[in-house]
Design a protein around this ligand. Structure first.
Ligand code: HSO
Ligand code: ZN
Length: 440
């Protein structure tokens, strides 16, 4: 239930000592996504785009975004309206930091001799055509265009297609266009939702078909990505499944209550489903009350307080007796973002097993990572931090292996290969070795 206007905006609060194991497990659960209902809506949209291409995109954009498009695609070079100098410089600063960090992720080829004369290598190549999805909705997100476009550019993708829904007047935000220019995008698809995903997966008269689609989005976008990934005829992959955005803060008595509250709110303002969690280590009642007071006070001054009235009541704080328990809870929750506001935050980092990205110490707010420090903000949500990494340079690459055997190398490995081929009953395999070594 959203908090009505005039009522205190607060999280539910728990102490692990008053909870059963089941109740703690319950808190780790994310909101249930009604996948079937969403599939029923998304599937026909995908089929429509597959069948009717651009005309379907125009029809759906008119229906959902209330925009009548003359053409679906803007192709580089883009005409960029003049940006405010400070905005331009800020985008440039973010671009440079994100670029540096993602360039550092480029890996050298590996070559090793596994045994004399048997050389194995691995090298990377860019995925050629990539589609990056920049959500519209309640906020314009040039930062997401940076986070997806820069690693694509660094990896060397030859065609970057950016899709984003147009504003009510049919335009694309100048900041997003400027980023499209910086990342050397090939084209901008002026569409959002499942229709944009379908257009990039299958291609239309004017939208280029891509090999991989990356980027955050609402439930319809995510569902569309999952469907096209499973359609072998589309021959396209995606970055990861996604749910609503989330943050977990671990705080002890050395934390700054106003900072903690500001961090929780920065994630809570994203959307009504955003979930924020405060994990306290031995916080006194006074400290908990101070954080709660700060949260309410700061929230009520924010333009997006309406969204926060939905997200904060769904969120919670939970108290633990020591750092080990707090870390265990965090690892089980596997948050998209983890902030450590404790006396010795560095000492907790080695204990992080599951998280999308970690913010160490009280000056490391999530906002810095969201925009400009260098790390990527496209991160696994919904507990998928257990097995997925956030978007990074290798998200835009394939790793190819190669090998070279000398005559002597083949000789020394031949018995093992022929024996294993026999075990598997695959005689042609055995023969490919035998035919080469029999005369020696
Ligand atoms: N916190 C978001 C990313 C973002 N923040 C974009 C601001 N703009 C990802 O969970
Ligand atoms: Zn954010």
């Amino acid at each position: 239930v959203p908090t009505p206007e005039g009522m205190k905006i607060e999280m539910r609060s728990f102490d692990k000592n008053n909870l059963s194991k089941e109740e703690i497990n319950q808190l780790l659960q994310r909101p249930i996504i009604k996948a079937d209902e969403i599939i029923d809506i998304v599937k026909p949209i995908i089929d429509q785009v597959k069948l009717h291409g651009d005309s379907a995109i125009k029809e759906l954009t008119s229906k959902f975004d209330k925009v009548d498009l003359d053409s679906v695609v803007l192709t580089a070079p883009f005409t960029i309206p003049k940006l405010n100098e400070n905005v331009k410089n800020s985008i440039d600063l973010a671009y440079n930091n994100i670029r540096k960090f993602h360039e550092a992720q480029l890996t050298d080829p590996i070559t090793i001799e596994t045994m004399p004369g048997v050389t194995c290598s691995r090298f990377s190549r860019p995925i050629e055509r990539v589609g990056i999805y920049v959500p519209g909705g309640t906020a314009v997100l040039p930062s997401t265009a940076l986070m997806l476009g820069i690693p694509a550019q660094v990896a060397g993708c030859s065609k970057i297609v950016l899709a984003t829904p147009p504003a009510k007047d049919g335009s694309i935000a100048p900041e997003v266009l400027y980023v499209a220019h910086l990342i050397q995008a090939h084209s901008v698809v002026m569409a959002g939702g499942a229709q944009a995903i379908a257009a990039m997966a299958y291609g239309t008269e004017t939208v280029s078909k891509v090999d991989k689609i990356l980027g955050p989005g609402n439930q319809f976008v995510t569902c569309a990505k999952m469907i096209v990934q499973n359609d072998i005829m589309a021959m396209v992959s995606i970055d990861m499944p996604a749910g609503p955005s989330e943050l977990l803060v671990i705080a002890d008595m050395t934390c700054e209550p106003s900072y903690v509250a500001s961090d929780l709110l920065s994630q809570a303002e994203h959307g009504p489903d955003s979930q924020v969690v405060l994990v306290g280590v031995n916080l006194t009642n006074e400290m908990q009350a101070e954080i709660s007071k700060q949260l309410d006070e700061q929230a009520n001054k924010l333009p997006r307080v309406g969204i926060i009235r939905h997200s904060i009541p769904k969120s919670f704080s939970i108290q633990f007796d020591n750092y080990e328990e707090a870390m265990e809870f965090s690892n089980n929750y596997a948050p998209e973002h983890l902030i450590l506001q404790t006396a010795e935050p560095d000492s907790l980092v080695p204990k992080v097993l599951n998280a999308g990205s970690v913010f160490v110490g009280k000056y490391s707010c999530e906002s810095c990572g969201d925009y400009a420090s260098g790390t990527n903000h496209t991160l696994p949500t919904y507990g998928f931090a257990r097995m997925y990494s956030g978007v990074n340079t290798s998200s835009f690459q394939k790793h190819i292996t190669s090998q070279k055997l000398s005559k002597e190398g083949l000789q020394s490995i031949s018995n093992a290969v022929m024996t294993l081929a026999e075990v598997e009953g695959l005689d042609a395999h055995r023969n490919a070795v035998y035919i080469r070594v029999k005369d020696n």
